[in-house]
Design a protein around this ligand. Sequence first.
Ligand SMILES: Nc1nc2c(ncn2[C@@H]2O[C@@H]3COP(=O)(O)O[C@H]4[C@@H](O)[C@H](n5cnc6c(=O)[nH]c(N)nc65)O[C@@H]4COP(=O)(O)O[C@H]3[C@H]2O)c(=O)[nH]1
Length: 724
Amino acid sequence: MTPEHTGLTSSHGFPARLLVVDDEPRLLNSLATLLRGEGYEVTEAAGGRHACSIIDQMSFDLALLDLRMPEVDGFDVMAYLSDKQPDCGTIVVSGESSFAAVSRALRRGALDYIRKPFDPDELLTTVSSVIGKQSLLKAHEHVQMRLEKSEALHRYIVNSSPDIVFMLDEDGHFCFVNSKVEALLGYQPSELCGHHFRHILDDRDVARGTYALKGPNITADNPRTLEVRLKTRGSRRATRHFEITAFPIDPQTWPQSQDTRGRTNGKTARYYGTARDVTERKEAEAFINFQAYHDLLTRLPNRALFKDRLELAITHARRNHQKLAVMFLDLDRFKVINDTLGHAMGDRLLQAVTQRLEKCIRKGDTLSRFGGDEFTLLLPSIHSHDDARQISKKLIKALRAPFQLGEHEVFVGVSIGIAIYPEAGESMDQLIQNADIAMYHVKARGKDGYRFFSESMSIDSVHRLNLERDLRLALERNELKVFYQPQVCSTTNRVVGLEALVRWQHPERGLLYPRDFLPLAEETRLISQVSEHVMDQACKDVGQWIREGNPDLRLAVNLSPVQVEHPRFVETLMQRVTAHGFPAKNLEIEITENVIMNDLEQISQKLRELATLGVRIAIDDFGTGYSSLNYLHRLPIHTLKVDQSFVKAIRGGEDGACIVNAIVAMAHGLKLEIVAEGVETDEQLEYLRSLGCHQVQGFFYGPARPANEISQTLCNPNAEAVSF
Ligand SMILES: Nc1nc2c(ncn2[C@@H]2O[C@@H]3COP(=O)(O)O[C@H]4[C@@H](O)[C@H](n5cnc6c(=O)[nH]c(N)nc65)O[C@@H]4COP(=O)(O)O[C@H]3[C@H]2O)c(=O)[nH]1
């Protein structure tokens, strides 16, 4: 028999080391000899004191102890041994046979008791069995320790995984979840075990999440991967994004599946999975996505997103035979504010403008920042032009109140061009381009207003280029003509003034009117040359008529916003006037209210300078623009021109007639002269006369005519009785 089988070897694999303690040398010797004969490694100790000193120097697997020894007895040695070498077992070999002594020895930890005189076989059997048991115990402890270490290692790996690791039963209840769930979502693993996993799914993802687990084809080779939002617990109450990968558990590869160790709450784990927190990635993606389709300053959709939405809206409108509106908004005076107050203020202004505009639109409409100070607005389903008109008015009104930028109070206006699908274009690009063209027409008319696109505005780019080239040539070839429309005193029928109106004698297209070419001239800045030409010609013509016997004859000229806004406007105008020797007091410039309001401070200054030099100032189209009465008494204004639309309404007491009443009364109150435009009928003339408005202009007295025709009329001694 090998030592392993006889119980001679200890857990370390060598022959067991025994300590034999007895104060009787004969007995000690015979015991040691017996044990050595069996192959044990035996050390003898002659008494308790000797035993303790040996224990200090050597280690043993088993001690055979006599109890009754002088000075240091067996109990003392047992106590010493258990203190110094707790793994060493003890067998008492003693002549002491009282129950009390035996029981005391066993209570102190002795593993067995052999009474002297001993039977050698019995002693050897007992020693072998004790050593065998001890070695089994040690082996078991060792395995236990390794198991615990291994379990701790795996638990550590699972819990320190950056992901949530979980197991679910067949119905989706948690069987296991690692402690990462607490760090990421705030739940204790114990509170989730036994609960269905949908309890932590965001409501929006419950259907998708539960289907994913139940869905077909989920195998170990084909795990289910999906992104869901999970709810966090407690005060955070937010959701986080997770990428979940779940596998079915194969009972073959995980034998514990049938075991109680694989069960929690009596359920067997069927799915194993990980949930990786991808919130940061999702947020970064969302931000990149947002950045690609939004303007970061105003947080509005950008050009790309606007176009995308418009494309969709057109498809929808086409299918449902509906209309839609595209608006092109351009801020008036933004550039001036940006240049004078700086870009930071400009940015703040754009944000404030955005806020106001957003308040005017409905959910489903798309307002976008198209670039710079340009915005576009999509109204995806409108019933009529009137819907778009209402919104435009609302937008204009919303921006009319001043903006407070730090200590600065600034005013901006907005020019809005509107293109309605399908009339103004059926494609996205056409609609945007036509809304832009309509917006330019608003700008050319003095800004701050809205206009619908119409075919007459549509000049395709080739046509446009030709027109621009032609207009340049027209200036060189002197094709631009100045016509004059008389302004007549209705009580005396005398011509008191002449309004200079530009015409283009086009070599192929015949006589063109301002609406056919002035917007283009404004856009291309050719307007300054056109205006200079008109001014030169008018000063020449009217100057001559003044000199020829009409000393009070007034020349009224229209000025474009571009001209008036020019920093050297007053200087340039006066240079021309004096160059022709034209008396400043005979000159009246016509500007619209909008031009004034676009830059009240600057323009008032310029108007004051002109007024000081004797030039008269008339407000054209009065009543159609801002109608902010506030500026009237602050500016050197001489004349109000009542817009044609109000004069036309003088028919059986329409609202327009009331407006004429009000304007005339106000002009009288402010001691301003008043000229009614567009008078065509006797009835209108009579009505205006009855109100005390005596200066009129309109087809009733004749349209604008070339200089030679006017010249004849003025030279006619009966010129006072105008008859064209
Ligand atoms: N239906 C109707 N219309 C009448 C009647 N009486 C006059 N009109 C028209 O009404 C317009 C009056 O000029 P406005 O309001 O200053 O409006 C002018 C003015 O704003 C602008 N404009 C004309 N000439 C010049 C110019 O030399 N420089 C600038 N900057 N603008 C000009 O173009 C606009 C249109 O000019 P026109 O086509 O010449 O049109 C003129 C005139 O022909 C009438 O009884 N019935």
